[in-house]
Design a protein. Structure first.
Length: 287
């Protein structure tokens, strides 16, 4: 599994972790993920459609050198035409904007509840019209351009052997986790259920109880449902892969280290993990 660097965005730090240093602007990466070694390459999340669209939410976005879907795939000698499936943890503005660049014979996979929720209007420009209209076009395209999952009624649904989807909840009503079997255990791609590994899980901001995660400042449900979603992501995983932070290594519910651009990968101990994100090494989202 490989981290795809799809762009950077700027937002308020308290958006990432509730009540953490509100009013301070923070730049964070937006990641997608590439799963190889199975029947077909799989991409999870596609980033924003163009940096300017982040202005719809009063945010800023950038494509810097080497960022973006084409460049990220090219580093692995792949093009978008090589990808068999695009899976979406959810459909927010910074995660589902590049689907229209994939051919119609690449199957986009979404939890059905997420598509329903995206057109409800409850989160406004978090779900831009061009993204959702494209997905509706895929819905009516012949040949399997779109696959909708009903995850609320099953434990998980398999996409290819070793890759399955489960309901996540918490961040949006239709969020899903992507679980991947690796040689070292299960890797859970959790989207925005977790934003900031350090301040939500390692040293949870303002929390007192053992292993009680801090919630984000951007969730559609209750704080309780978000804590449950975070625990679900961590519960059986050896690795967790958030969309705006580098991967983390888990042991009995605790974060014991990090990796940088792939899972499995070299384990970086927490005491060697710097407090500010750098492109050549990586870190927790917030200092």
């Amino acid at each position: 599994m490989h981290v795809l660097d799809l762009g950077d965005i700027e937002l308020d730090t308290s958006f990432l972790v509730l009540a953490h240093d509100p009013g301070r602007a923070q730049e964070v990466p937006t990641f997608g993920f590439l799963i190889t070694g199975g029947e077909t390459p799989i991409v999870v999340d596609t980033g924003f459609s163009e940096p300017e669209i982040m202005g719809n939410l009063g945010m800023k976005g950038w494509w810097r050198d080497g960022q973006g879907m084409e460049s990220a795939l090219a580093k692995h000698d792949l093009t978008m035409e090589d990808v068999g499936y695009v899976l979406h943890t959810h459909l927010h503005i910074d995660h589902a904007g590049y689907d229209s660049h994939f051919p119609m014979d690449t199957t986009v996979v979404i939890n059905r509840r997420e598509l329903e929720y995206s057109v409800s209007g409850l989160m406004g420009e978090q779900y831009p019209a061009p993204y959702i209209k494209h997905l509706v076009d895929r819905l009516h395209e012949q040949g399997g351009a779109l696959r909708l999952l009903d995850l609320e009624g099953v434990d998980a649904e398999e996409i290819i052997p070793g890759v399955r989807c489960q309901v996540a909840g918490g961040h949006t009503e239709g969020s899903m986790n992507v679980l991947v079997d690796t040689d070292e255990g299960i890797a859970c791609i959790c989207g925005d259920v977790i934003y900031d590994v350090v301040h939500q899980l390692v040293s949870p901001h303002l929390q007192r109880m053992e292993l009680d995660p801090a919630v984000t400042g951007n969730h559609a449900g209750s704080k309780r449902s978000e804590k449950i979603a975070i625990r679900r992501a961590v519960k059986d995983a050896r690795f967790i892969l958030p969309a705006h932070d580098r991967p983390a290594v888990v042991e009995r519910g605790r974060i014991i280290g990090r990796t940088f651009d792939r899972v499995p990968g070299d384990l970086i101990p927490l005491d060697e993990w710097p407090g500010k994100l750098t492109r050549d090494y990586g870190a927790g989202v917030a200092a």
